[in-house]
Structure formats: structure tokens, C-alpha cells
Design a protein around this ligand. Sequence first.
Ligand SMILES: NC(=O)c1ccc[n+]([C@@H]2O[C@H](COP(=O)([O-])OP(=O)(O)OC[C@H]3O[C@@H](n4cnc5c(N)ncnc54)[C@H](O)[C@@H]3O)[C@@H](O)[C@H]2O)c1
Ligand SMILES: [Zn+2]
Length: 1657
Amino acid sequence: MSVQKISILGKESIHVGFNLVQHISDTLLDTLPSSTYVLITDTNIAPLYLQPIAATFALATDARFPNKSDPARPRFLTYTIPPGETTKTREGKAEIEDFLLRHRCTRDTVIIALGGGVIGDLVGFVAATFMRGVRVVQVPTSLLAMVDSSIGGKTAVDAPLGKNLIGAFWQPSYIFVDAAFLRTLPVRELANGLAEVIKTAAIWDETAFALLEANSSTLLTCLSSSSPALDLNHPLLTLIISSINTKATIVSRDPREAHLRGLVNFGHSIGHAIEALVTPYVLHGECISVGMVLEAELARAAGVLGQVSLGRLRRCIESYGLPSTLSDKRILEAEKRIVATGGQPISVDTLLDRMSVDKKNAGKLKRVVLLERIGKTRELRATGVADEDIRKVLCPAVRVVAGTPGTYAKPPLPPPMLELPDADPTQLSGPVPNAQIAQVSSATSAPSRKAATDIPHITLSTPGSKSISNRALVLAALCKGTCRLKNLLHSDDTQVMMAALEQLKAATFTWTDNGETLVVTGSGGALSVPPPGTQLYLGNAGTAARFLTTVCTIVSPPNTTDTSRAETTTITGNARMKQRPIAPLVTALRGAGATIGYLESEGCLPLSIKPLGRLPGGTLTLDASLSSQYVSSILLCAPYAAQPTTLVLTGPAVISQLYIDMTIELMRDFGIEVTRERDAASGDLLNVYHIPRGTYRAPESGEFVIESDASSATYPLAIAAITGTRCTLANIGSSSLQGDARFAKEVLEPMGCEVVQTETETTVTGPPKGKLRARGEVDMEPMTDAFLTACAVAAVATDGGVGEGAESGEGKNVTRIRGIANQRVKECNRIQAMIDQLAKFGISTRELPDGLEVYGRPLPQLTRGASIHCYDDHRVAMAFAVLATVVDGTILEEKRCVEKTWPNWWDDLENKLGVKVEGVQLPEPAKTVRTSPAPKTPETIPSILLVGMRGSGKTYIGELAAQALSLPLLDFDAEFSRVYQQPLRSFVLERGWAEFRKAEITLLLELMKAHARGWVVSLGGGIVETLEAREALKKYAKAGGCVVWVQREPEEIERYLESETERPAYGEPVRAVLERRAPWFEECANYVFGNHTALPGGASALGSGALEAEVSRFFGHISGLRPNLVSTNANRSYFLSLTYPDVAPALPKIPELTTGVDAVELRADLLHESGLQIPSPSYVSTQLFALRRATTLPIVFTVRTVSQGGAFPDDAPVEAGKLLKLALRLGVEYVDVETTLPAPLILDIVSLKGPSHIVASFHDWTGSVKWDSVAMKAQYEAAAQIGDVVKLISKANSVSDNFKLQDFVAKVAIASKPLIAINMGAAGQLSRVLNTTLTPVTHPLLPTAAAPGQMSVSDIHRALHLIGLLPARRFFLFGSPIARSPSPTLHNTGFAALGLPHTYGLLEGESITDETRAILASPDFGGASVTIPLKLDIMSVLDGFTAAATTIGAVNTIIPCQSPDANKPRLLLGDNTDYLGIIGAIHAVSPGLRAPGSALVLGAGGTARAAVYALHTLGTKQIYLYNRTHSKATAIAEAFSSIPVRVLDKLGNWPAGAPSVVISTVPADATTIETGPGFESKVYLPPNLLDASTKGVVVDMAYKPAETPLLALTKRIAPTWATVPGVEVLLEQGYAQFEHWTGRRCPREIVREKVLQWYNA
Ligand SMILES: NC(=O)c1ccc[n+]([C@@H]2O[C@H](COP(=O)([O-])OP(=O)(O)OC[C@H]3O[C@@H](n4cnc5c(N)ncnc54)[C@H](O)[C@@H]3O)[C@@H](O)[C@H]2O)c1
Ligand SMILES: [Zn+2]
């Protein structure tokens, strides 16, 4: 056992090795004597290591203390806690401390922290404060802990606002780094630790970084549980040791993080902010990986770090599978989960906010470590950076501030601290750079300007050419030996190419000259297939995809025994890549003998390519009209063929000849001479190339310099052109091989620019701003990539003009670009992209077959502030950046897309071109998931399809549903007869069943298309007979539509069908048909509606309108139009737990039982179907149907298992799942899902929930999970992920357990998921009283309570009153005369039923008096009803009004409410519930009634106004108003400016159809149904007032006598109409008042009974 000792803070306390457990025991016992050793670990590590460690320790103890009763013999205690970041809290710390105290641990205790960083940080912090500090030993088991967290003595716990905010410096006595622990560490955790290794190397140690770069694939796979011991020279141990050494060095020089130690926070300033938002789903190392890249970008933007180093860092991070951007799918996925549980989404502001609680901040500046190159930071501490700069890096989009190049210079960074101050090890915080001294840092490249002329002159060189870089990489890799590549482009494309070449073992790559030079060691063409299961992932790198397709064919085939290699190479890319064409190349290669398969779509990636070793050579034919890259791809590999190759290009025209020439030229540089054939007669060049056999050689010098990219060069040159300034580019001139190098001469010069070009340099000077000439026609075929730049310039080219029409002035603004058809199949359809995005500036264009015309406009006419979509295409982004320099406020939406060819474009635009760029965060609609979705409207919901047996009542239910949802109904059979012009029956008789089914499915598919939204469709009963129809229905349901199976008892169906003749007879027994179809209905429908005639307890007979109410509620809910959920506005809510084995006996008592509750729970586990342990689905459905017919309250469906305190067997999760899914199919509103069910089952249930809510529940029957334990927090988090409501139940042993529960609730309240948190048992009753959401309650009439300690609603209210949380309030009726008012009876009955301590009394008076005012002002005033004559007068003493009161113009209810103003804490709100009374009363007799076509109001007083408002709220299309005094009616109609009201001269004459609702507000004795003498002064109600042929509702507001003339008339002439006497309206408005005042549902049935008793007395 070799141990390497590393010194930290002057002591050799770090011991590194492999298999150190014995060494640890010996060292502790010998050098840290103690009476008690306490080992603390987590539940992941304990089962793996605890036992052997304890055994080793015991043996070592025995050896030293052979006598077991020796008082000096130390104790060895162990304690295990839950794993993960959620444990690292103040509570987690307290739990450990309690353990130590319980075991009487004293100051001489030695604590051993065995585990990852979480254990290390937490246990370290415990040790730091326990008994004012005890000794601690770190035994890190995760890589992260080994290399980072265990070293240096920083300990901490997290707080809700951020990570590590509370902690201490506490140096461990020892740190034992035993790499053997890594054998069980999951790979993801290994990579997580490597992130810290990368960090340490990046700031301090380039050698270690190079080791990391070279070993990514081996490091991640070197350890498995069975792997042999690693020696200290293994790269993993080398890296661990070097990392530890670096950290130890830094810590030793600055133990308290005054300056130098700040460096190890590289990546953490931003990384911690990310981590605070995505914990625990994304790991620490993963967050700091993103943080490192972003902080490196910050350094690059500040001009401190070069792109080469940044590229290395990012690539290294990615090679370990670590995330490098905020858009990494791990982070997005985590964000989704966090948001779903009520957390915050990631935005630039939240990140900056989190960064602002960083301990290391210095005033307004945030401390960030700025990297200067790999292995070195800008200064020996973190640098103060402004928010604005961080914001820019974090933002996904940029805004270019229009301005003259060279005029913007960024404020410089504070001067660097390059030497360490004399360290004062006790100093707690370092010097803060608060003075921004104006001094340009040596590394900052301010815009360089030449002074000679009066216009700004920028000089720069652009990044290496992508085309040349990619070719050079392939050439150098195919070389034998080494080749040094200089000025290689560092971009995604080249990174992808290098990674793929490495995977193919084509070459190895190493960086020298601080990353300026890439040393390529080529294999000479000996390539191998990557191991099985690996793919070459090419992202969206088109060049790599094309070149590598041929490269993969020349890979050597593996010998048959080699299982480490796959049989074929697979290349693939991102979604966009998978659409880009590759067919011509594949076809050509197949023609040459290659075997290439398309794995997804024909003609595109992914490809599977068989290794051939060599292509045969000979003649090869290729269609080169789509891309020259196909040609280059073959050319590059052709020398490695078995025979010399002749490449013949075919197709309409060869595209981009220049790129072909470039490839040939570069091949020549690498020693292979390609010859192009000439026509013997004419001497013209032919499209035939001869490639000899050979092997590439590096150029003589061993070095190859890559020319700058000519396409990139077009942007700064175009900026000079468009802004009227001058720009000189080095490294690109007339000798360039790149087509785009002609852009300056051929496009810009004719537009009025001055262009000077030498062989290697280009200078463009633009004409004065606004003076660019339109170019006329330009053929850009040789420089297709530059056409986007040309478009940007052409957009403002209006002056003069060249080309056709220019003289006449007609073509003044036309630039016609041709020869660029291939740009339609680039990163995006670039022609379309330019057309669409130019339009945002107000620029018109016209598309041509091979290009487009751009019609320039004068600059001032261009639209400012355009937000440009870049299609993830670098060229689109940079081209529009050119235009943005002259059009203010332009936003480029995806700044990162430039990474492809000019990764630091935006930095260069600011730093080198001197144009300011700002960060912008675009509003992201997708992230606003938390705000409730826009309310659905009937017209837009997917149509509801009804299926079911004929005779099950589909059409009737359909009619009711359609009425309830205000949707039209389509009857399939009727539609069939209409379309085929023949009744169903005769169609079948004439043409047979087979023909009928065919016609039926055709019509179904048509209807599903034509009536996709906003219909209720009742389908034919036999529709499920055809497979095609079933598939269509299933697909529809799966996509979110509702397919409802209307069910009825088979006997009922039989009975009905026997009497029916209209439709064809089945020709077989009804029962047989039913049995055959039932499984099909079951499979097609995602909902079931029970239209049963006979239900347990005679449920169907309960009250008229029960079925209508059920249909309205059911369809309103499942369609999402009116989800039947408990209102979230109520201050408390309850549900009643029904504990019956059969609900039937409860049904008649439901009104009383549900007093005061908001929902009813059906405990399916308690249902008892005779002879069965588990009730059958059909029994459970019937029970549900019956319950639902008896109550409109939402139902909570629960299957409680035995271990959670219920009766359902624990070992039957499948059956439990079946019942839960059944409940969702039946439209049950809340489904209780125990978090202990199998995860896949839970996911399955959650995916089916539709508008229903999941109550995710966890019950600890024993009370062993404490509210202040981390375990309970973990339970909350698990439940919050699946539930809309979280339910946590524990058990109280003493009353104080309820206070712990309250603390818990207060803490998770920020997470804002509705939470039911309750302690069972008598001692837990207080928690039931204090719980506010969906408290489960019982009722004295129930056989048993569902849980120990359960209380009734009125018990809870009484308890709340007694403990002062529900003070008694006084309520009043104001008005006169009121002595005979039923209101006191109404409200006092309600208060009593709910156990509320309030009283309701009268204050009779005709005006507002001092007494009234005193009552209104008294603190115990709870509210008042207001009646005549005060409904208007009262308004003057109120503070505000509801919309209803304002529109109706009167107040009948006063509601005190909380005001935000502290000086006037209570406001009096005036409301009018009269209209609610009218609506409520109408719905009570006609539940489905909505949006009547027309309705009539009689009278023109205050009540008439309420009636009009009620009808308007109901959605009435035409409201008629009739009053004897016409002018009064007109006055009302005019007062309702926003509600159209039609005043009638005469009753019985209906200009827009007869009314289906009539509301009389006239006193009963003022109406008559008789004519003649004595009745002249009364309103005559003619018999044609009501249309007896339809159904309707009559409301008479007069509440005495019980039968008014209007009601009498209705009974006589329209008996089908429903009637509402005034007292019912009064009741309904009273319920509404009650509910406003108390926030509780009024116990309607009880109140109603009392009031009617009183009324009839
Ligand atoms: N104090 C510091 O200076 C410092 C520095 C860096 C990070 N940190 C902190 O460290 C924490 C992260 O540490 P971590 O990544 O080690 O997390 P961790 O402690 O949660 O360990 C990661 C996971 O791996 C498991 N595990 C650990 N070792 C194992 C092994 N040998 N075999 C099997 N499973 C094993 C753990 O149970 C856990 O589930 C964060 O809280 C971070 O803030 C502190
Ligand atoms: Zn860290």
C-alpha cells in the first residue's frame, strides 16, 4: 500500500493512495486518540463500505485495547443520513448534532466524514461548532470531494436563497483520499468530479489540462467495481494528485480566501447561481462546467482570453460529457421539473439575483475569475466585473447599438493584482478593487484606428477559413507523421471534425504555443471503426458530414475476432442535419462499391457506413449540381484507393467550382497532384479529374498556415461600406483561393466603395452614409456564402444605381442577386430567411429561381428595433449585424449561432470594430408555464365525440352536453342520412352492411376533419366495428381530444331497442352485439359517462335536474371549459371522507353530510363488494355514478393501501393503478396517488389526468418521519413533482409536533404547491384546525372517521374561534320595511350549521344614520345586506364597488375586505348579488342552460337592471325589455351602454325569436292574465308570451304570493317550462352573500329547508 503524503498549511495531512482503510484506522488510533470516533456517512455509501470499515476499525482497536472492558477503549459510533444536496441544510446539521448529544459525545470526539462533498461540508460544519469545535477527519468518497471539497477546510450548509451561505473554515486533521472508493461511484458523479479537476488545471496547471484533453475516453471508463488497484502513476491518480497539490498550494498561501484562494472559484460565480436554481437535478460539477465556459466568455469579451483557449476549455468540458451551455438539455429538463413544482425558471435576472448573494461580491461589482489562457488567470484573485458585462454573456440575444465603427470603447477593467500582498493569514476578506482606475489593461484590445483620414479606419484580421481549416484537418490527419497547423479556425465545425477524426483513430491532436498551433499526428490513412454503440455525432456541421462520409469508407475493416470495434461506422447529426441532403454523394460512393445505409430518412443522415479499407478506384461518377463538398469529399480520399481514380462530374451544372479548385490546391500542398482533363479539340476544361494513388505528406516546413476566412471578411468590409468608414483586413487578398475574397471588388466596388486589394490585404472605404448605389444584377455563383452580406448592403443601396433601368431611374434601388440557388439547402433556406427577415426592416424583395431581388430603401425609412430570427445560421446573424450598425435597436435573437465560424464575433464587433453590443433576454413564452393557461373557449376546444351502444342515450346526453357547453350538436346518423340522401335503414337494406361500414368510416374521417373543434358529435353505435375507425378514435383521444363512452345498463338498452324500428335491426341478439362492442368502446374512449337508470340508493331518482347537473359538470370538467375544482380563492377548504362500504345508504343524507365541505372523498379501498377482497372496476364505477348523481361537489378518489393506513392490499399496485386510471376515465376531479406506488405507474397515471388534479400523498402512520427531518422534505419534493396538490400525513405524539408541522409548512410555502399537512391522532388535532387546503373532515352522521383525530367542519370552526383565529362577526340587514325579511333565518341557520360564531340582525331605517355609520366602522362588522330604500344611498359610504354593482347601479351587499393601505386596513366593498340569485335559481331548475337565444325582462326598476345583467352574464344573445311606461324601459336600455337591450312596445311580438327565459320584476298584483274592466292599469300577460312548443324558464321575482299570475299562466299554457318563484331567487342571492362573507360554501339544503318552513308558516 503506497501512500503519497501532501502537505497543506505546513502539515502533511493529505494522504493519497488506493485501498487505505487499514491505514486510516491505524493512523487515527495512533495519532488522534479519542474516547469516541463517530463515522457519519450517507445511505448510498453505508451499505457499500460501512461494515468493512467498522470491522477493520474494530480489529485495529482490539490490537491496541485487547481488554474489552478497558475504560480507555474508544467507542466507534456510526450515523447514516439521506444522500444528496437536500440534506446539506441547517436542519440536517441539527439532526447530526442531536445524535451526537444523545450519545453523550464530548469535546474529545473525532468525527469521520465518509462520503462526497455533501457529507464533507455538512459534517465538517458540525465539527466546527459542536462543543465549540471538535476534530474532524475527511474521507472523501466522490471524486469531487477528493480533489476539491475535502481540501481546504471550507464547510457549509445551504439556505433557501443559495448554496453554502452558512458555514465556517474548519481544517480537518486528516484527509484520506482513497481512490478505491471511486470503483462504486456512478460515471455521472465521476464526470462531476472531473469538472473540478478541469477547473483546477485551467487556472493553474496547463500540463494537467493537456493530460485531461488527451485522456477523456480512458478516464471515464478506467474504474469498475472489479477493476484492479491503480498505481500512483495512473493518469487518474496523477490528475487527482496534481489537483490536490494545486489546491493545497493555493490554500496554504491564502487559507481564508483573502485573494489567491478566490481563484478556485473559477466557474463558480455563475455556476453557483445556476446550481441554486437547478439543484438537485443538475450536479455541482455540471453547473460549474457551464459556469466555467460562461466565465471564460466573460474573459474573452473583456479581451483577456483568446478564442483558442476558450475553445480548448469548452471542448475539454464537453469531452467528459459535461454541459457547456445553459441550453444543455439536462439544465432545460431540470428547469422544467423545478417550474412544475412551483420553482423559478432560469432567466438572466434570476441568475444575476442569485449571483448577488455570493459571499465574494465586492459592492456593485461581482467577483469573477478571469482566465487569461489555459493554466493562467488574469490576476492572482478574482476580478470585479460589472453586471452589464455578465448580463451580456448570459443573454441568449444581443442588441447592436447603431453607430459609427471605432467610436465605442468599453470601460477598462480594474488594474490586475499580479503579486500577492504580504499574506496575513488571519485576514478575513481581501482588498476590494472599488476604484476603477482608467487604465487600459495590456490585454484589452481597444479599437485600433489609423489617424490619416478624417473617417474612422479599422484594421483587423478575421478568423481562419472554415473551408481551409476543415480540409487541412482531413489532409493532415491522413498524412503520415506530424504536421503543425496554424491559424486554424476554432469553431464548432472544426471541433466536430477533430473529435470525429480522433474517434476514427485517424490522428491525434495536441496544442502548443498556448493553443496557437495544432500538432496533428496522422495515421497515414490507417483508420478504425469506433467501438460498438458509438456514433460520430456531427451536430449541424455540414462540411464534416460530407467529408467524413467518404473518409468512413476507407476505414480498415475490423478483423472478425475484434469485438471492441463495431461492424460499421454510424454518422449522425442534429435534427437540422438530418434534413440536409447527402444522396448524390452516397449514390456515387455506392456506385464505386461502398456499402452505405440510410438509418432514418432516405437521402439524409444518419448513415451506416461499412469500412472497406480502400475504395477500388477507377472511374467514379458524381452529380455535382447540389454541392461542391461532395466532390471535395471524394477528391480528398481518392489517393487512398486501390487504383488511380477518375472522377467524372455530371448533373445540370457544377456548383462552386472554386471550392473544388481549393481542394485540389490544398491537396497539392500536401503532395498529391490532381489533374483536370481538357477537351482535346477546344482545350476547354472538362469536369473530369484524375487522382493518382499516394499518401499525403506535410509541407516541407512541417507547417501549414491557414488563410483567413473570406466569407467572414465580408462582414467588417460591409460595415465599412454601409457606415461610410474604412476597414483593412490582413491575411486575405487577391491571391486568395476563396471565392468570397472577390466580394469587395465585385460587389462593394460597383456600389460606390473604394476598394484597394493587394495579394494579401484588402481595404474598403465606404461612400458617405446613405450613398451606396444599387448594384443592378450580380452573379454571386462564385461567392454564394457572401450573398447574405450583399443583401444587407443592398437593403440601403438607393443612390444612383447601376445595371438595367438605372439610367431611367427605374432600377435605382434594385439589386438582383443570382447564381445562389444552392443557398436554399444550407443551414436553412437562406433565400427565404433573407426575404422574411429583411421584411422586418420594411425592405421588399422578390424571389427568383436562382436568387432574389432586393429593393433598397433610404436609411431613415427602415424600421427600427426589428428582432431578427437567425435560424441558427451564423451567416444570417452576421449579415444582419451589418445592417444593425445603421438601424438602431436591431436585436439578433440567437447570438450563439456565430460560433460556427466566428465564435467571438460579438466581442470583436465591440472590441475591434468599436460598435457597442448589449445583452438582451427575449421574452420566452414557453417559460411562463406557471401562469395558468388562457381560459379555454367553447369554439376552440377539440370536439367531444360520444360513442356507445344505440339506446344508451348518446343523443340525449349529447343534447344536454351541447347545451351545457354552448356548443352545436352533430348527430352522426342524421348527418349520414343527409349526406347519402337515404335513411340508414334503407341504405343497409339496399346496399348491405359492408357497404354501409365503408360509407360510415369515410364520413367519420371527413367529419373529424371538418368538425375538429367546437362540436359535440354523437357517433353511430356501430362505428367501433371497423378497425380503421377504432384507430382514428384512439389517435384522437391520445392527442388530447375527448372520446366519451356513454354507458347504460344492458337490460335498459335491450328494452329500448325492442321498441325501435327506425334504424336497421342487428340480425343478432342485442346482448351479443353489446358484448362484442364493449371492449372496443373501452379501448377507444378516454372517458366514460354513466347514463344509468337504476343506481344504488335510487340515486337517479334524486331530485329533478340531477342528470342535467351531472352532464353539465362532467362535460364542463373533462373539456377543460369549467374544471370542477375547489376554488383556490377560498381561505380554507375541506373534503368529506366517506367511509361507507357501499355509498347507497349515504346518498339521501349527502346534503347534510356535505355541509360546509368543498369536495367528497370516495375511499375505494373501503368499498366492500361481497365476496371480493378488491372491489371490481364495475362496482367502483357504479358507486361513483351514484355518488355523482347525488352531489355536484368535486370527488376525491382514493385507494389507500394498508401500509399507508388504508385497507387496500400493499402487494396489488397493478390493481390500485387500474382503479386510479378508471377514476380519471370517469372524470373524477381529484385522484389521490400514493408516492410509494411504482414510479412508472405514477407517470402513467399523471399522463392521463387531463383537467383533473393529482393529490400526491404520503402517510407515515407511525409518526417516525419527523416534520423537521430532511426525510420529510424529501417526501415533499417527491410528491410535489407528481402532484397538483401535495398531501403529507404524519402522527403527533405531543402537541409540539404540530408546531414543527407549521414550521415545515411555512418553509415550503415559497414553493407554493397547495399542501395538505396533517398529524394524525388526538394530539394532532390542532394541525387539522390549522391546515387550510382540503382538510379531510368527518361528519357526526358517518359510521366511522376515516382517520384517528379527524374532525367535522363545525368542530374545526369552533376550535378556530376558541383559539382566536375566527373572531365572531356581526352582520346586518339595512333597509325598511324589513321586519318580515327571511334573511336573518337564512344566514343564522347557515352560521349555526357550519359552527361559525357569527350573528345576523336587522337595522331598520329609511336613511343612513350615525348608527349605520358606527356599525360600518366597528371592528366586528362582518358585512350587510342592503334593501330598499337604501340600495343607492348606501353607495356614498362605501369605498369601492364590484363590476356587477357598478353595472347594475345599486348595492345589495356590503363586504369588508383587506386593503393594502396600512392606514386604512379595511375597505368596504359594494356588491350586488341579485343577479347571482337569478342565475343560481335558473340553473337550479335548468342546470344546462347557457347562452339562451333570447330572453325577456318585465319591468324597469332596480330589479330589472339586475335581471338584465344576469341575462347578459348568462350569455343571452338578445335581451328584450318591456315596461308599461315605455320611457322608463328606454332609460334602462340606454344606461346599459355595453349591453344591447331591445325595448318592446308590445308583448308577444318577438323580432329576434320568442324568449326561452322570462323574468318578471313587476309586483305580482301589477300583472294580470285577464283583460277587461278593472285590469286596465295592470301589465297584461298574453298567452303567446310563452312558446309552449319549446322548453324554457320563467322567473317571477315577486316573492308573495307563492303563485303569481305569471306562474299560473305558465303552468296552464306551457307546462314543459320550469318556474322559479321569487323566494328561490332570494335564497340564491342569500347563498351568494353568505359565501362572499364567510369564504365558505353555504349549506344550502339546510338553509333552504328552514327558510321555506318560515316562508310557508
Ligand atoms: N467545501 C468546499 O470547498 C467545496 C468545494 C466543492 C464542492 N463543495 C460541495 O460539495 C458538494 C458536492 O459534492 P459531491 O459531488 O461529492 O456530492 P455528494 O456528496 O452528494 O455525492 C454525490 C453522490 O455520490 C454518492 N457517492 C459518493 N461517493 C460514492 C461512492 N464511492 N460510491 C457510490 N456512491 C458514492 C453520494 O451518496 C451521492 O449520492 C456540493 O454541496 C458542493 O457545494 C464544497
Ligand atoms: Zn466546486
